[in-house]
Design a protein around this ligand. Structure first.
Ligand SMILES: [Zn+2]
Ligand SMILES: [Zn+2]
Length: 315
């Protein structure tokens, strides 16, 4: 067995030390994709060799909690939820086989599932048929109006101005949270992905964030801090600082991920993300198992965190 696998598998899943005392610091990377956008690559993606590449990258960075959340629309079952042309192209993999494979690895089993207005029952049917550790909820499409992050189906063509689009986008995000179907709301302000290539809203963005913050206040859904935005035209973390502050004021907890689509993107930009969380005053992040959430102190595994240890061991 490769070294990386052994190390990951031997980590205590509770995050407690051998004495059952304080929680040791942890970093997560839950929003990962093993498979690229190329159709028919499942056989190459879902292999122990590929998983080992991700595990090795995580270990190097002190990321103890690693999980995979493949796009729901890669799987044939997704066509029961929606029949978008892109989904019909992509939906070829076997969801049951994916779940079975991930359970043979030390990875947590997740899925990135799209929220679609009006499809809540169909989404729930699909999700409840599998024993996921967590479900990442995403708004990539505002239904038939188009895609937020795919220029082939560009949602901007359905809106006359940035404010009406931003307003509707964050309404969808609020509905995602209220649906209760998801453990994490991913890339919470994906709408900014194109940066200066698209018009900015004229209103203060905080006006648009408000519905999402209100929904979070009444929900247990965690907010993803995603470094994927650093790799996109916008060049910044999702969510924007002002949105993160509003989420925090609403009482939301945070989940940390890179949205990696390749091993070299695991933990991408985490130094910046950790600074971001520290500036926000966030000291614990969400860890998931069997769709139950717990909070653990933030920190790289293998790095001493004396302050936390002394404080909690003493109490
Ligand atoms: Zn996504
Ligand atoms: Zn993703």
């Amino acid at each position: 067995m490769p070294k990386a696998t052994m190390t990951m598998a031997s980590l205590p899943s509770t995050g407690r030390d051998s004495r059952g005392g304080y929680l040791s610091p942890v970093l997560t990377d839950y929003h990962l994709h093993l498979r690229t956008d190329e159709v028919g690559k499942a056989a190459e993606a879902f292999t122990q060799e590929n998983v080992d590449r991700y595990l090795a990258a995580a270990e190097e960075q002190g990321i103890a909690e690693l999980g995979v959340s493949e796009h729901v629309y890669r799987f044939a079952d997704a066509l029961e939820i929606w029949q978008h042309p892109y989904w019909r192209d992509q939906a070829v993999d076997d969801l049951g086989a994916y779940c079975e494979f991930v359970r043979t690895t030390p990875l947590r089993l997740g899925i990135e599932a799209d929220y679609l207005r009006g499809a809540e029952d169909r989404i729930e049917n699909l999700l409840s048929a599998h024993d996921f550790d967590y479900v990442v909820g995403s708004v990539h499409y505002l239904g038939e109006k188009g895609a937020v992050d795919d220029q082939r189906y560009d949602v901007w063509e359905s809106f006359s101005d940035a404010d009406s689009l931003w307003s509707e986008y964050f309404e969808w995000q609020a509905e995602l949270v209220r649906s209760g179907l998801f453990d994490i709301v991913s890339h919470p302000d994906l709408i900014k992905i194109w940066g200066d290539d698209r018009p900015a809203p004229e209103r203060d963005p905080r006006f648009h964030y408000e519905p999402l913050a209100e929904a979070l206040a009444e929900s247990e859904t965690a907010v993803e801090v995603s470094t994927a935005g650093l790799r996109k035209p916008v060049g910044e973390i999702y969510p924007a600082r002002a949105l993160a502050e509003m989420c925090r004021e609403a009482g939301a907890e945070f989940a940390l991920s890179s949205d990696a689509h390749a091993p070299d993107q695991v933990g991408f930009g985490y130094d910046e993300a950790l600074e971001f969380l520290e500036d926000l005053g966030v000291e614990r992040i969400c860890v998931f198992e069997g769709r139950n959430r717990r909070l653990e102190p933030i920190g790289r595994t293998g790095v001493e965190a004396d302050g936390v240890a002394d404080m909690e061991a003493g109490g």
